[in-house]
Ligand binder design. Structure first.
Ligand SMILES: NC(=O)c1ccc[n+]([C@@H]2O[C@H](COP(=O)([O-])OP(=O)(O)OC[C@H]3O[C@@H](n4cnc5c(N)ncnc54)[C@H](OP(=O)(O)O)[C@@H]3O)[C@@H](O)[C@H]2O)c1
Length: 326
């Protein structure tokens, strides 16, 4: 397989690049700056400079590859418009670059997000056929990216993956929870608990590779998770168990979360650095049901999750310790 990976320097992209290299694929990575290659700096791959916000810069990157794995995106941003510029318009730029420069492309796989679909109303698990109701600027931008890509699905083979919350080595989002637990504090929402789907990065990478190899209907959308139903509080407990510590539950009313988010946004604007906390993030955090149904991925891609949270937490913790993050 000859593949282009965008977002290769990031958390999920770097794991995908390593998996592709391990399988003997020829890998090209789209990077914004060759001096910042992050986790893939020592990988035997080709690096091509480009930015999803500049369509012309993508021409060389997309030429002559069989598969394009599009993971470039922003999950945190200082300004709301950045989500739309990168996740939505950046995706359309890449799709157009593929149409114009690579007529023999076998498949473009766009890694969208469960956030594009939004939370599940009521009980049960959200299905791909359910209406999309994103609640954050991030989720809205990922949905717009899907819609822009799908508007070209008659011109190129396309598949969309919607992973839920992803964790594992190199992840900085759940790292915040590990860090808080290491200080003996388990933060929770005060008025209710949340049902969430989770996915270990290695399972997600396997699903992405299955999606590349499997014949699927053009424009197909797939949710991805480990198939379990976790309570947010339980996640803290499972992480704490992996760490062999006990932590004190700190119940946070949503007004406090909004206050913290507002404060974090002010700091972010002054420093110019995005924060993992924002009002959009709180909008996601306060929804009760973030479960997604992976029956379609199981049936049509043959995807079976292998790493569940208790084991995944231990693997992730071991990596944080090895890298002195904890
Ligand atoms: N992490 C999750 O829980 C999760 C869940 C569902 C979906 N996703 C999606 O999965 C994808 C990867 O997420 P991640 O957690 O691995 O993110 P990440 O670690 O923040 O990595 C983002 C990657 O995108 C690149 N990028 C950002 N803006 C770009 C631009 N304008 N042009 C080209 N490259 C650009 C970054 O490159 P630089 O090194 O140059 O910054 C980086 O390689 C994202 O699209 C995200 O929406 C993530």
């Amino acid at each position: 397989m000859k593949a282009l990976v965008t977002g290769a320097t990031g958390f999920i992209g770097s794991h995908l690049v390593e998996a592709l290299v391990q399988r003997g694929s020829q890998v090209r990575c789209l990077v914004r700056n060759k001096r910042h290659l992050g986790w893939v700096k020592d990988c035997p791959v080709e690096f091509v400079t480009g930015n999803c916000q500049e369509k012309d810069s993508l021409k060389q990157a997309v030429k002559d590859v069989e598969h394009v794995f599009h993971l470039a995106g922003v999950t945190t941003a200082v300004k709301e418009k950045t989500y739309f510029e990168v996740n939505a318009l950046g995706t359309e730029n890449l799709v157009q670059a593929c149409i114009e420069n690579n007529p023999r492309l076998k498949k473009l796989i766009y890694v969208s997000s469960q956030a594009a679909a939004g939370p599940c109303r009521g009980g049960g698990k959200k299905k791909e056929s359910d209406p999309c109701e994103p609640v954050s600027p991030y989720g809205k931008s990922k949905l717009m990216g899907e819609q822009l890509a799908l508007s070209h699905s008659h011109e190129l083979p396309l598949l969309i993956m919607r992973p839920c919350s992803v964790y594992g080595p190199r992840d900085k989002s759940f790292y915040a929870l590990f860090k808080s637990l290491s200080k003996g504090v388990k933060p929770c929402l005060s008025d209710h608990d949340q049902h969430v789907s989770m996915c270990h990065v290695q399972d997600l990478v396997r699903a992405i590779l299955l999606a590349a190899e499997t014949q699927t209907e053009n424009g197909g959308i797939f949710f991805l998770s480990d198939g379990q139903d976790y309570l947010m509080e339980e996640i803290g407990d499972i992480f704490a168990q992996a760490m062999e510590i006990s932590a004190l539950r700190l119940r946070l009313p949503k007004q406090v979360l909004y206050g913290m988010a507002f404060f974090a946004e002010c700091i972010s604007r002054v420093s110019g650095k995005p924060s993992i906390m924002s009002r959009g993030k709180v909008e996601e955090m306060i929804r009760k049901n973030w479960l997604c149904d992976i029956t379609k991925a199981r049936t049509l891609l043959g995807f079976e999750p292998r790493i569940f949270l208790a084991q995944g937490a231990k693997l992730t913790l071991a990596w944080y310790k090895k890298e002195n993050w904890l």
